[in-house]
Design a protein around this ligand. Structure first.
Ligand SMILES: Nc1ncnc2c1ncn2[C@@H]1O[C@H](COP(=O)(O)OP(=O)(O)OP(=O)(O)O)[C@@H](O)[C@H]1O
Length: 390
């Protein structure tokens, strides 16, 4: 468990942040620029001291408590990666990686360190960079090395402060891929600071919303993104849902993949390079979900799912209304015209059909939840995975 209540006054800014979350998987601190995310992270890392408060990590008190503890940064055993990679310019990549590794006095310890180095280097895809100097690395490569260096010190938690800032689209996707892979393959919990919902979708398991120095809500990422009351903070344009699904089959003729949502429901989208049986997380934007009262005839939409309306929010001054639908025990957000809402008589408890275009969904909207995806994708490419027709 990560449990803190940290208070600090920074000029005119008052931080009073309280959070209790399980110390496993990826927890994202999400909020606008200037909301206080970095200040919270720095106090957790031990780089700044709160005016008062407490911090406990897996039972150990690092700040506050009965004896007013203050464990200094170097004794907290946390791996911290900032926006800037901060590598040592005069050390090679290998030198940087080995810098914080635990001292190895015996042969067995040296072997353990070596095995750990190989494991992390492979996980981050930096095998070919080991002899380079930091000045010869791209922005994304330097950040992967910084994350590797933090992990090799065997931290009990990894703190990432907007590690994707300043990278272009392709480099960002690449680094996100490595971070989400790390999150699934290492057992170290990650606290991830971000102000980009796309990053959250790709890596976070839990979300804590930071607003004006306070943590205003926290919870499982799918629940948080589908909560209408949090829309002003989670972002109206990118409003959507995260659904859990499983690859059921591929239709090679039409280049489609069928994903099972549970309760016998499924939806089709463009062919994914993932084997049958793969568990995935699927992002569906609210604006890509339409509503009908009956299953429409003669439509180009390939996905018609029975749903029940759980919530409706229609704000004056907006042309659209926000809906939360229940589908196979999951929450799905939809955005429809207010006029359509009135004309169709949509209300809470009504059974409807959710219509989703298969072309609204694409590869980047689907994240694998299982480890070893690359191997599976290579199998796929080699034609060795199981493939059936829908
Ligand atoms: N040393 C300081 N003195 C005065 N004000 C400060 C100081 N450090 C931070 N602040 C203020 O505290 C607030 C929170 O800053 P912080 O960097 O934690 O926000 P953030 O959410 O991480 O922002 P960003 O996403 O832009 O990095 C801001 O209003 C900032 O101006």
């Amino acid at each position: 468990m990560l449990d803190f209540h940290l208070c600090r006054t920074l000029g005119a800014f008052h931080l009073d942040a309280e959070l209790k979350v399980p110390a496993r998987g990826v927890t994202a601190l999400f909020g606008r620029s200037g909301s206080g995310k970095t200040s919270i992270l720095r106090m957790i890392a031990g780089l700044d001291r709160p005016d008062h408060g407490h911090l406990r990590l897996t039972g150990e008190c690092l700040i506050g408590g009965e004896h007013d503890h203050w464990v200094p940064a170097h004794r907290r055993n946390l791996g911290v990666v900032f926006q800037e990679p901060r590598l040592f310019p005069h050390y090679s990549v290998r030198g940087n990686l080995c810098y914080g590794m635990p001292l190895a006095l015996t042969r067995a310890q040296r072997q353990r360190n070596r095995a750990h180095l190989h494991e992390i280097v492979a996980l981050l895809g930096i095998e070919d960079l080991l002899t380079r100097m930091p000045g010869q690395l791209s922005g994304g490569e330097a950040r992967r090395v910084a994350i590797g260096r933090a992990l090799l010190s065997r931290p009990r938690m990894l703190l990432l402060d907007e590690p994707l800032t300043g990278l272009d689209g392709a480099r960002k996707q690449e680094l996100l891929h490595y971070i989400s892979r790390l999150a699934r393959e290492i057992e170290i919990p990650i606290l991830f600071v971000s102000h980009d919902t796309r990053e959250l979708f790709a890596v976070a398991d839990r979300l804590a919303l930071v607003d004006n120095g306070r943590i205003t809500a926290s919870g499982e990422i799918g629940d948080m993104l589908s909560r209408l009351d949090l829309a002003p903070q989670t972002g109206r344009f990118e409003a959507g849902s995260l659904l859990s699904a499983e690859v059921l089959s591929h239709d090679e003729t039409h280049q489609l993949t069928r994903l099972g949502l549970g309760a016998g429901l499924s939806l089709k989208l463009a062919r994914l390079a993932m084997p049958v049986g793969r568990r995935v997380r699927l992002r569906l934007r609210a604006r890509d979900v339409s509503i009908a009262l009956e299953t429409p005839l003669n439509t180009s939409l390939r996905n018609t799912l029975p749903a029940v309306i759980h919530e409706i929010e229609s704000e004056r001054g907006h042309a659209s209304a926000e809906l939360v639908l229940g589908i196979a025990g999951q929450r799905l957000r939809a955005r429809v015209d207010r006029l359509a809402c009135e004309e169709l008589g949509l209300k809470v408890g009504l059974g409807v059909k959710a219509l989703i275009s298969s072309v609204a969904l694409s590869g980047p909207d689907v994240i694998s939840l299982d480890v070893g995806d690359e191997a599976a994708q290579q199998d796929e490419a080699a034609g060795t995975s199981e493939t059936t027709s829908p």
